[in-house]
Design a protein around this ligand. Structure first.
Ligand code: HEM
Length: 218
């Protein structure tokens, strides 16, 4: 008898090494270990603004999609929290002070391309990579940023999901929804490949910020 593993498990297993590359990026490692500065953290929040602006605009495109609609949940929406964090970290003119790194431009273009194609599986791949990460490692990032930079809630609102009482339960439900998507083997592979791509963009984002830092000191 062959055991068919749930899609969510296959997804996690086949992308966990990509997760490790993102998590282990030097820029992130420095921030977590306390070697990074508050300006480094602000640079990261600024890149998040571009990514979530693209992702949450794409969500609008899929609200009526049979498969994607189940994942789109107002409690996840991050853009207002990021904007409040940027206002706190940079000031009221934050929008004129930030620009996307080259890899973030490519990342956002890819999300927009998927939205234009109307590919629900691709959208879900990007949705999963960001929001499940924010509800997982994001919670550890929040605690460390609070410790390193003295934030209470302002500055780390991005990581605070006021309307999600139990992130663990939320993630379990999310995985059940992934398993219920009903993708065939070919589409499942395509979605997993897109998650690999999403992780690569996130790793590249950190690498861009690392390079910008090196350039600033040189
Ligand atoms: C310092 C950086 C990071 C740390 C410490 C970290 C840590 C973790 C941990 C401990 C989990 C497992 C949680 C659980 O089993 O419920 C997790 C899951 C996850 N992380 Fe990260 N992470 C980091 C960065 C990232 C990044 C940059 C991304 C992508 C943008 C990401 C995306 C995810 C996703 C999608 C999951 C859910 C995997 C699944 O259960 O299917 N993480 N992370």
């Amino acid at each position: 008898m062959t055991t068919v593993i749930p899609f969510s498990q296959a997804l996690r297993e086949r992308t966990w090494s990509d997760h490790g590359r993102s998590e282990g990026a030097g820029f992130m490692h420095d921030l977590m270990s306390g070697k990074g500065t508050q300006d480094d953290y602000t640079a990261l929040v600024a890149q998040h603004w571009f990514v979530y602006e693209a992702l949450e605009a794409a969500a609008q495109r899929f609200v009526d999609d049979d498969t994607a609609a189940a994942f789109i949940e107002p409690a996840l929406t991050r853009l207002p929290a990021i904007e409040a964090d940027l206002e706190h970290l940079i000031g009221p003119d934050w929008r004129e002070q930030i620009e996307p790194t080259p890899q973030v431009v490519a990342y956002c273009d890819r999300i927009r391309e998927i939205a234009d194609e109307g590919w629900a599986g691709g959208f879900i791949a990007h949705h999963y990579t960001r929001y499940l990460g924010d509800l997982s490692g994001g919670q550890a990032i929040k605690r460390l940023m609070q410790r390193h930079f003295g934030f209470d809630t302002n500055g780390v609102l991005f990581y605070i999901f006021d309307d999600i009482a139990d992130p663990r339960e939320f993630k379990e439900n999310y995985r059940e929804q992934l398993d219920a998507a009903g993708w065939d083997a070919a589409e499942s592979d395509r979605v997993i490949d897109e998650v690999v791509r999403a992780y690569a963009y996130n790793t590249a984002l950190f690498d861009d910020l690392e390079k910008a830092k090196a350039g600033a000191v040189a």
